[in-house]
Design a protein around this ligand. Structure first.
Ligand code: C2E
Ligand code: MG
Ligand code: MG
Length: 807
């Protein structure tokens, strides 16, 4: 038995003893009380009886002597009797003379209708001589000289007789009076039982045998004559312990209840049970439930367990838990989770021990943690899934891939990753807004999910990149089939908000164990293959190869350092002078970007900056720096005419290009016509309304527009007349070898003629020889730049070319 049970039993024992003592105390107090009442009542009764008898005797004695009963004749005796008090309480009156053989006997009870009327001596019959009876003899012949006596005549038992002697000189007579006791003993209290006994023989009682302890007192000092009294006053005393005992029973029951094994087989699922969320179960060593808390909850209906059940019976589907039970019976404490019928429970289980530390069973605390688990799962889901598409995110994808690679290692099977890049989402964002872009992304995510095998994981890896794990495929052809399905599906036109949209995809594939042995590099290899595919155009597929990966890797690194350079503004501007051929004077300069930290030329890094979206900020910096430089030079050298700034088509395509340029112009205003913006010929390939507006806006701001590298873009010359263009720059390649290379001479002549026809100024680029210069001068071209004059130079070195101020 454990400590708390022993303590409870001690309390119960103490309470029992205390209540017993209290009951005994109450009863004994009650008895004393009863004794006292009895004593008092007996004393009162006796005094009353004796008083009335004594006063009766006194009366009789007085009347008897007045009537000279010692010598009276019958008539005088009858006269005396008529004066006796309380005749109703008398049954017989005799006057016995001293001879004993003669006696006067009178039946003298007027209430019985026979007042004494005759003298027995008148009868001829043998007179009754009572002198021989011991009772009377003592009065007549003995030494009894008492003034009166009380006794019971043997012949008339059960009646009390008073005897009073009357003595004269010659006679000694006894007056004997039989008393009707029921008339005399009229003083009993309601609960008082009275009896009169003579020599232990009952001669009178008011209510049978006394039922309780009686008090006895001898009447008129006669030890043989006794009055007994008992008073019934104590019923309530015996009742007094009853409420106390009831209280004891309740208290004992209350304390005892929890330690008494209850085998109530009430089922779980009761209303109150459902309100609680803990179930406590205790079993014996065999696993039989011998107690369980009354509380449980709705989901515990699942167990449908009852007291008295064998717990293991319910766990046949859970061999793991049966083994836990076994461990706990060996003394182990365990906490574990049980999932059953869509509910989750946390079970804490430990052995129960008796006071000797012996294991006597198990106790379980079972807690419904379904809601908690659901919350955890939803948080976990949120944490591991992309909000927009609900697809697994990068973290979950990597977890799964690690797991799959592990398994593939064991089974010696392959794992492949498809990296999918969706192209065109950026355009949708720009054209229709981000909400539309999001909707398109959701659409494409759902579409891709349909195209890949159910067992494969599709994850959104970054904004427009998706990754797929193809686990345990049989044949690489399967991968190609999946990739083709993905491309087909992506390029299928779809409609959102009544807008028809199409996208394209590039896919890269890398496989374990061929391309990589770990998850991280397998993913980057697939992405490298995807980027390499991108270089081959849209809707292409590529497999990972080390060479490709290196190219992609290098490119990626370059992009990174370009990004850093843009942020750190670590570019420089050099200026190549532009000369007036006729005067040999420098009239302007072309600003050309330089990246001192890199060996890359602008031809190499500008396209990369365009691709990676860096061109807008680089271009802004170039324009701002150039305008600032122009201000400086024009202040010091008023004859310096203009600066030429290259603008990439990627910049022009930016929606806020005009605003950006405008804000720079506000900062560094310039004279109209003193800044030329050089656009490549490709501008004409994409001329639309929007582009025309932009070009017009630029000319309004005071810019002149030049077409750079003219002749390289194979564009229709006639197109030029529709654009607000001021000059063309003949590409260096056409001037190479002029005037010796006749084909170039012809092309250059054609360009010159056409420009004149369209009223466009001409600048010749890449002039390296005096022959070229002479030929141009002959053809009437007045402006040129090239290494013949100077290479592009830092601003301070360029200063030597600045036109001298004319004095
Ligand atoms: P571009 O605008 O046609 O610039 C002329 C290029 O020819 C410059 O090359 C210049 O150094 C080079 N060049 C000039 N004269 C001669 C010559 O006599 N012989 C030879 N062999 N080359 C000569 P650079 O600076 O390497 O620039 C290459 C291209 O990069 C530029 O062609 C332009 O398209 C682009 N670029 C340069 N800077 C910028 C810039 O700030 N913004 C933009 N958008 N593009 C730029
Ligand atoms: Mg240029
Ligand atoms: Mg050029």
């Amino acid at each position: 038995m454990n400590k708390s049970n022993t303590r409870r039993l001690q309390i119960i024992l103490i309470l029992c003893i205390a209540l017993l003592a209290l009951s005994i105390g109450l009863v004994s107090v009650g008895k004393q009380y009863k004794e006292r009442v009895n004593q008092q009542a007996s004393t009162e009764s006796l005094l009353y009886l004796e008083e009335s008898l004594l006063s009766f005797i006194a009366n009789l004695t007085q009347i008897g002597y007045q009537s000279n009963l010692a010598n009276a004749q019958y008539q005088e005796f009858a006269g005396a009797v008529a004066n006796f008090p309380n005749l109703a309480g008398i049954t017989n009156i005799w006057l016995i003379n001293s001879q004993g053989t003669y006696l006067d006997i009178n039946t003298a009870n007027p209430h019985h209708g026979y007042l004494a009327t005759y003298d027995d001596t008148d009868f001829a019959s043998e007179p009754i001589n009572i002198s021989n009876t011991p009772l009377w003899a003592s009065y007549f012949f003995g030494a009894n000289d008492k003034a009166y006596d009380v006794f019971v005549k043997p012949e008339t038992a059960l009646s009390l007789t008073l005897a009073i002697p009357f003595i004269s000189d010659e006679e000694r007579r006894i007056l004997a009076v039989d008393l009707d006791l029921s008339k005399w003993v009229t003083f009993a209290k309601p609960n008082q039982q009275l009896s009169i006994r003579f020599n232990e023989q009952l001669i009178w009682t008011n209510a049978g045998e006394p039922i309780a302890t009686s008090i006895e007192r001898s009447i008129l000092n006669n030890p043989e004559l006794v009055l007994r009294s008992a008073v019934e006053v104590d019923y309530w005393l015996y009742l007094l312990p009853i409420p106390l005992i009831a209280l004891l029973v309740i208290v004992v029951y209350g304390i005892q209840k929890p330690i008494t094994p209850s085998y109530n087989t009430r089922k779980l699922g009761h209303d109150t049970v459902e309100a609680l969320d803990l179930l406590i179960v205790e079993t014996d060593q065999q696993g039989v439930i011998n107690w369980m808390s009354r509380g449980a909850f709705a989901s515990l209906k699942t167990f449908n367990i009852n007291e008295g059940d064998l717990l293991r019976k319910h766990l046949t589907n859970h061999p793991r838990i049966v083994s836990y039970i076994h461990s706990s019976l060996q003394g182990e404490k365990l906490t574990y989770q049980l999932d059953e019928s869509g509910y989750s429970f946390r079970i804490k289980q430990q052995p129960r021990r008796d006071s000797n530390e012996q294991i006597i069973g198990l106790s379980f605390i079972i807690e419904d943690i379904t809601a908690q688990i659901e919350l955890e799962n939803s948080l976990k889901h949120q944490q591991l899934h992309d909000k927009l598409t609900s697809l697994p995110n990068r973290q979950l994808f990597e977890q799964q891939l690690n797991h799959d690679i592990h398994r593939a290692k064991r089974r010696d099977t392959p794992v492949a990753i498809l990296a999918i890049e969706i192209n065109g989402l950026g355009d949708i964002n720009k054209t229709f807004g981000h909400q539309m872009g999001d909707n398109a992304l959701q659409h494409i995510a759902a579409a891709l999910r349909q195209e890949i095998r159910e067992e494969d994981m599709l994850s959104r890896f970054s904004s427009d990149e998706f990754l797929v794990i193809c686990d345990d495929y049989q044949d690489p052809i399967e991968l190609r089939a999946i990739a083709n399905r993905v491309i087909n599906r992506t390029t299928t036109e779809f409609t959102i908000n009544h807008q028809s949209l199409t996208l394209s995809a590039n896919i890269g594939i890398a496989t374990y164990p061929r391309d990589s042995k770990d998850a991280g590099s397998l993913i980057s290899n697939a992405i490298a293959a995807m980027r390499h595919a991108r270089q081959s155009g849209r809707n292409t597929l590529d497999y990972f190869s080390t060479e490709n990966a290196e190219i992609v890797q290098r490119k990626w690194q370059l992009e990174q350092s370009l990004t850093n350079a843009t942020k750190a503004q670590s570019f420089e501007l050099h200026y190549q002078p532009i000369f007036d051929i006729n005067t040999s004077r420098c009239k302007g300069a072309e600003a050309l970007i330089r990246w001192p930290a890199s060996t890359l030329t602008p031809d190499q890094f500008i396209p990369m900056a365009e691709q990676s979206g860096l061109m807008h900020s680089i271009g802004s910096w170039v324009l701002e720096t150039s305008l600032h430089q122009l201000q400086v030079w024009q202040n010091t050298h008023p004859n310096f005419q203009y600066i030429s700034v290259n603008v990439s088509v990627a910049q022009l395509n930016e929606s806020n290009f005009i605003e950006t340029v405008n804000s720079i112009v506000q900062k560094y205003p310039f004279k109209a016509g003193s800044v030329v913006l050089e656009l490549t010929e490709s501008i004409m390939m994409s001329t639309n309304n929007d582009m025309m507006k932009k070009l017009n806006a630029l000319t309004k701001m005071g810019f002149k527009i030049a077409i750079d590298d003219f002749g390289m873009g194979y564009s229709s010359l006639s197109y030029l007349k529709y654009l607000p263009i001021d000059m063309i720059k003949i590409d260096k390649s056409f001037l190479d070898g002029v005037p010796k290379v006749s084909s170039n001479v012809l092309i250059c002549e054609a360009i010159i003629q056409m420009s004149r026809a369209l009223n466009l100024r001409i600048v010749a680029e890449g002039i390296e020889t005096p022959e070229q210069l002479t030929w141009l001068a002959e053809k009437g071209v007045s402006t040129a730049q090239g290494f013949f004059f100077a290479k592009a130079l830092p601003a301070d070195q360029f200063a030597t070319f600045l036109p001298k101020t004319e004095s």
